[in-house]
Design a protein around this ligand. Structure first.
Ligand code: 4AD
Ligand code: MG
Length: 563
């Protein structure tokens, strides 16, 4: 259990909450503070006071000096980074090398939300969670603790936020090494008895209707931490390997995948405030009765991007290796467990590279992030292994070590035709692989190993993929993994101007709309390749959650945009 927790969390500075956590100004501060000067100067809260003392001061007027003094006497509460106080979290206590025993005797503060409260005749046990790790802090309280009256009068219930100061002591129970002997408790925000997340287990379908409260459950807390670790590992992998992160635009005039699945971005329809009462004929029209886009915000049709790839290519053909990591949007009406209307994509783009380099990069990246969470999210991964998908740790460990299978589309089709399995969608050369085919290949034909299928028929792939010499296939690759099917889609790009123009014409795509993309082939064109990985599918793959709606904080799917 020693390494059972992620290393201390990275700092996430939000100006307002940072301001509230500020503890001390350096005494000799003469120049304005360089990071948040205006906020600090305008703050009505004395920067010398701690957030916690503000809370207890508010709740126990007249006790401010006492509580400030108590805090000064307090043992370690956290560490300071510049003027930012990084508060001590439960993970810092229980995630240490001996699960908190090294802190026995220290007076600490824990602030979080009540998971359970058990009152026995002489002691009350409160399980508090602050989201920093799966484990709660067990707080043990007797009637002599300051603030006990709030417990006695039933004010402190599941879901309430509390601030507790206490001594770390060895735990009597077998579930944890240490617990907190409460010295003082402050109710920060009480919780109404209607709080929907009580101790009994509730379905994930139900929790989707409570997306604002579900991060307070074990499952969604763990998914959020692993998702965060995957994002961190993604940046780490690419940064360590010489890639530059590029912010590709969210609003675009081009359709990268050419599938016509874009959400329109327009101001021709009135703003959200007026939308409900807007008449259809308020939209300006041309003489021919078409929508007059020249009167729209961008003076032409604009959409939410389906992929940052085309823009990434422009930077790859200048900075060599780049990647994007941002939200993408698809208006496809797919109500499946692996489709979202809004999802995050990671899209590396490599210059002076071919399809083989692309496949090697995708493999190395996936293995790196999988290894990263196995090494750094042990407690959460153990949780998934027990409660979400038995055997997931073994499955991922194999992925991190094993060579992936590579085969051509043509060979994959042959394999599927020979399979003794009845598929809903019949298989023949030229058909697009459906999820059932993809899952058969990776789960059954290759025993759970990720499979990279390459060289697809050009008819079923996007215009930008490089034509192979056979004239009928393109240098495309999809990485298929168990449970999910397609996790990654990538290709070598068509770097030859005449081929690219020819393909645009064949697909009846307007060359003029792609003028800047074609320019890359006019000026110093190079062989280049890249891929896109759907981040929520990666989260599914890495945590075992079956439905993609549980792999993103606020899922957007057809008919669902609450929260
Ligand atoms: O295969 P796709 O459509 O490829 C592209 O967008 C390329 N431009 C990528 C590139 O070469 N730079 O999408 C890439 C990945 C898929 O493999 C899948 O994991 C994910 O994006 N994806 C979705 N994830 C969730 N919901 C959806 N509706 C998705 N559509 C694609
Ligand atoms: Mg694809």
């Amino acid at each position: 259990m020693a390494a059972a927790f992620a290393p201390s969390t990275t700092l996430r500075l939000r100006p307002y909450s940072t301001l509230r956590c500020l503890s001390f100004y350096p005494k000799n501060l003469t120049k304005p503070y360089p990071v948040f000067p205006p906020l600090i100067r305008r703050s009505p809260i004395s920067p010398r006071r701690l957030f916690s003392s503000v809370i207890s001061g508010a709740l126990h007027s007249g006790e401010r000096t006492k509580s400030e003094l108590a805090e000064k006497q307090m043992g370690e509460m956290g560490s300071k980074v510049g003027e930012f106080r990084k508060k001590l979290k439960i993970v810092d206590v229980k995630g240490g090398p001996n699960e908190g025993l090294d802190r026995v005797g220290q007076m600490i503060v824990v602030a979080g939300w009540v998971r359970t409260l058990r009152a026995q005749s002489s002691v009350t046990f409160i399980e508090v969670n602050d989201g920093s790790c799966l484990s709660n802090m067990q707080c043990v309280m007797t009637s002599d603790a300051e603030g006990y009256d709030q417990v006695k009068s039933g004010l402190i219930t599941t879901g309430a936020s509390i601030w507790i100061q206490g001594n770390v002591v060895p735990s009597q129970g077998s579930k944890q090494k240490v617990e907190l002997k409460v010295n003082k408790i402050v109710l920060v925000g009480k919780s109404d008895p209607s709080y929907p997340i009580q101790k009994k287990r509730v379905s994930r379908e139900f929790l989707r209707t409570k997306a604002h409260l579900r991060p307070r459950t074990n499952t969604f807390g763990a998914v959020a931490r692993v998702r965060n670790a995957l994002a961190y590992a993604t940046h780490k992998f690419f940064q360590e390997n010489g890639f530059i992160w590029i912010s590709s635009p969210i609003i675009t005039a081009s359709d990268c995948e050419g599938a016509g699945e874009q959400f329109c971005v327009t101001t021709l329809i009135p703003s959200s405030r007026e939308a409900a009462e807007s008449p259809v004929d308020a939209i300006p029209k041309t003489k021919d009765g078409l929508i007059d886009w020249s009167q729209d915000f961008f003076e032409k049709p604009a959409f939410l991007t389906v992929s940052g790839q085309l823009n990434a290519e422009t930077y790859a053909t200048a900075l060599s290796n780049v990647y994007t990591f941002g939200p993408t949007f698809r208006a496809e009406n797919s109500n499946t467990s692996r489709h979202l209307a809004e999802f995050w994509m990671i899209e590396p783009e490599l210059a002076f590279a071919d399809l083989k380099d692309d496949m090697a990069c995708a493999t190395a990246y996936l293995q790196y992030v999988v290894r990263y969470i196995l090494d750094n999210c042990k407690e959460d991964m153990d949780f998934f292994n027990t409660w979400i998908e038995k055997g997931i740790i073994d499955r991922l460990s194999t992925v991190a070590e094993r060579d992936f299978v590579q085969l051509s589309y043509t060979d994959a089709i042959e394999l599927l035709i020979k399979a003794k399995k009845k598929f809903e969608f019949p298989v023949k050369w030229g058909c697009d692989l459906q999820s059932e085919h993809e899952r058969y290949l990776t789960e059954e034909a290759f025993g759970g190993c990720p499979v990279i299928v390459s060289d697809y028929p050009k008819e079923i792939k996007a215009f930008y993929m490089r034509q192979n010499d056979d004239g009928r296939t393109v240098a495309a690759m999809d990485m298929l993994v168990p449970q999910i099917g397609e996790l990654i889609g990538g290709s070598q790009r068509e770097e030859r101007l005449e081929y690219l123009e020819g393909r645009l014409d064949e697909l009846k795509l307007n060359r003029d709309s792609y003028w800047w993309y074609l320019d890359l082939r006019h000026y110093g064109s190079v062989p280049h390749a890249g891929f896109g990985l759907g981040f929520e599918r990666l989260v599914q793959f890495a945590t075992g959650v079956e439905n993609i709606r549980d792999a993103i904080p606020f899922p957007r799917t057809p008919g669902s945009v609450e929260f």
